[in-house]
Every structure is written in structure tokens, then in C-alpha cells.
Write a protein that binds this ligand. Structure first.
Ligand SMILES: [Zn+2]
Length: 183
């Protein structure tokens, strides 16, 4: 359990621009400076600028099979929103395409090999810290087993979803459902 407790502290935290007091390159104090009408944190000593940009992430609505129509959710082990359910997904690593990131995250979190069908869209989280591309996907192989950062992984009918950790994920599932009805 000690390892788990420690892991809870190394989760990434969002730091808004105002929280950046010192230059990460030269440790001098940052000041506000406007570019194109938008205020940025700037180091007058070495020229470092803190560009507040969202981190790219991916998540997928993965269907079990054409026949079942159930989709896969994982229950979060770590903050934020630990204990609640989300779509499988995670951050894009440097050098990956978003497709590669999604296929890797699904394998890590659920043990399943997936094929991506189409994109549901890309939009920012309410805090603007992350911008997520959502996919519709299907299972190609593997065995369902929850990865290390999930408490469990389970199939749910669209009509009986548990409480989700993030509104952005709920919105992606709604878009997926609308697409299913239209087709
Ligand atoms: Zn500096």
C-alpha cells in the first residue's frame, strides 16, 4: 500500500500561469507580458515565456461487439476523481500519433488490442489543461484485464452507465450514441 500512497502524490497537477513565479531555466522572477493581447508569464532575464497550452490526450468509446453494443469503462485508481469510471485513454507521448497513443493506452489500461473506427471530435477539458481526441473503436483481440492505474475494467450497456469522472467523457459517449442512432 505504501507504493500506492506514494503514487498518489506523483500525479500531474495543473498549474495555471499565475502559479508560475520563477523561471524554470534561470530561476529569476517571472513577470506578466502581453503578446497579441494575451498575458503570458515572461522572464525578462533570459527570455523564457510560459505558453499556456493544453496537453494532448486521447480516449475511446470501445464497443464489445456489434451484437452486444456494450462499451468499455475503467475505474480510476488515482486522483483526480479516483474511484469513478472513465473511458480508457491517457496522454499522448512525444513522437506518437494520436492513433498510436490510443492503441497503446487501450492495451495498457485494459489488455485489449483495439481498432480505431473514427474520431468523435477533439475538445478541451473545462480547466483547459488537456485537449482530448475521442475515438470510436472496437476490440480486435487480447484479454480484458485492468491495468495498473485502473481498479477495474468492465463492459456497460449504454443505457446503464455508472457515474463518470469527467463531463467531457460523458459528452463523447453522447456523441457516440447519436452516431449509432443516425446510422
Ligand atoms: Zn529566465
Amino acid at each position: 500500500m505504501a507504493d500506492e500512497d506514494q503514487n498518489a502524490f506523483v500525479q500531474w497537477r495543473h498549474a495555471p500561469p499565475s502559479a508560475w513565479q520563477y523561471c524554470p531555466l534561470c530561476q529569476d522572477s517571472l513577470v506578466n507580458h502581453a503578446w497579441d493581447g494575451k498575458m503570458r508569464r515572461y522572464c525578462p532575464h533570459c527570455g523564457f515565456v510560459y505558453w499556456e497550452r493544453p496537453l494532448p490526450a486521447v480516449a475511446a468509446v470501445i464497443r464489445e461487439s456489434e451484437a452486444s453494443g456494450r462499451i468499455l469503462l475503467v475505474r480510476r485508481r488515482y486522483p483526480p476523481q479516483e474511484g469513478l469510471w472513465t473511458l480508457p485513454g491517457g496522454g499522448v507521448e512525444a513522437g506518437e500519433s494520436i492513433d498510436e497513443a490510443m492503441i497503446r493506452e487501450a492495451e495498457e489500461e485494459t489488455g485489449l488490442a483495439i481498432a480505431l473506427d473514427y474520431q468523435l471530435g477533439t475538445w478541451s477539458t473545462p480547466s483547459h489543461e488537456t485537449i482530448i481526441t475521442f475515438f470510436a473503436a472496437r476490440v480486435q483481440g487480447g484479454m480484458l484485464v485492468a491495468g495498473t492505474d485502473a481498479l477495474e475494467a468492465e463492459w456497460f450497456p449504454l443505457r446503464a452507465m455508472p457515474r463518470l469522472a469527467f463531463d467531457t467523457h460523458a459528452e463523447a459517449i453522447e456523441r457516440y450514441e447519436r452516431g449509432q442512432k443516425d446510422s
